[in-house]
Design a protein around this ligand. Structure first.
Ligand SMILES: Nc1ncnc2c1ncn2[C@@H]1O[C@H](COP(=O)(O)OP(=O)(O)OP(=O)(O)O)[C@@H](O)[C@H]1O
Length: 256
């Protein structure tokens, strides 16, 4: 099989107050969309930060396209991997378009200015998340959902192969939840890959082809979505009884 875009080797993430965790050994290949599911505080964000090389694991390693993350420079990583994390800090008063253009920085040298092509890529990304009409707005004036869509647009502007997204549907209305997950699908279908944490099992069932379940005691299991969506496993994951139904051939789970 071809080299995976991302691979986890004997990886144990560092959760300060947890003694141990099951080592993760899995590979994310082009064309795959992986969902991370688990209750609050289980380590979804910590895992994504570790996969991005922003936090050291307790044990094991992460490889990006076959090379250990630790051996790659940040610019090389940023050309292949885009991150959408939960905290959006305003560094300085920037417009929506200026912020999306940050996605082109991995391709520019120190004193380069963005080219017309960079501008076209950023504008195209803003249009894909329905933000084209706000390109001149200051980001401090955006709503929570608009900020989240801008973060997605900035990642799209980066034109990476791999997306790491922490709760990408956060703050989004129903239409934009669907829209953003469809966009991720489009990127994955172009030989990309995505790893995203989600709180909504039903979105995961519909949009992810592989799932990683993280349990509070440090246990984990992973595999193809249809094998992972077992009601008993999900009930144990969340400590919540679930009723299962089906819509259009896709399972749905409702707390009861
Ligand atoms: N700097 C820190 N010091 C101590 N504990 C920490 C620190 N950072 C994170 N933790 C703890 O590590 C655990 C995992 O946090 P993480 O944010 O990865 O969880 P999560 O699964 O993303 O949660 P949520 O679903 O609530 O977003 C939590 O119990 C959190 O309180």
């Amino acid at each position: 099989m071809a080299t995976p875009l991302l691979s986890l080797h004997d990886l144990v993430i560092h959760i300060p107050e947890r003694e141990s965790g099951e080592p993760l050994d899995l590979a994310v290949h082009p064309g795959q969309c992986w969902g991370i599911l688990g209750p609050n505080g289980v380590g979804k964000t910590t895992l994504l930060h570790t996969l991005a090389g922003l936090r050291a694991p307790r044990r094991g390693s992460v490889r990006l396209a076959g090379t250990r993350l630790a051996e790659l420079g940040r610019q090389a990583v940023a050309r292949r991997m885009a991150l959408v994390f939960q905290d959006h800090h305003d560094g300085f008063p920037a417009t929506v378009l200026e912020t999306a253009l940050i996605g082109r920085h991995p391709y520019l040298r120190a004193w380069d200015v963005e080219s017309p092509e960079d501008l076209a890529i950023a504008r195209g990304a803003l249009a894909r998340v329905d933000l084209a009409h706000l390109e001149h707005r200051l980001i401090a004036t955006l709503s929570g959902g608009e900020r989240q869509r801008l973060a997605i647009a900035t990642a799209l502007t980066q034109t990476p192969e791999l997306y790491l997204l922490d709760e990408p549907t956060n703050h989004l209305d129903l239409h934009h939840q669907s829209r953003v997950l469809a966009l991720i699908h489009e990127e994955v279908a172009r030989d990309g890959a995505a790893v995203l944490s989600l709180h909504d099992v039903n979105l995961a069932a519909r949009h992810c082809d592989h799932l990683l379940l993280l349990y509070p005691d440090g246990q984990a299991c992973w595999g193809a979505t249809d094998r992972m969506l077992v009601p008993e496993a999900l009930e144990r994951l969340y400590g919540q009884r679930l009723a299962r139904g089906q819509v259009g051939g896709v399972p749905i789970f409702i707390p009861h």
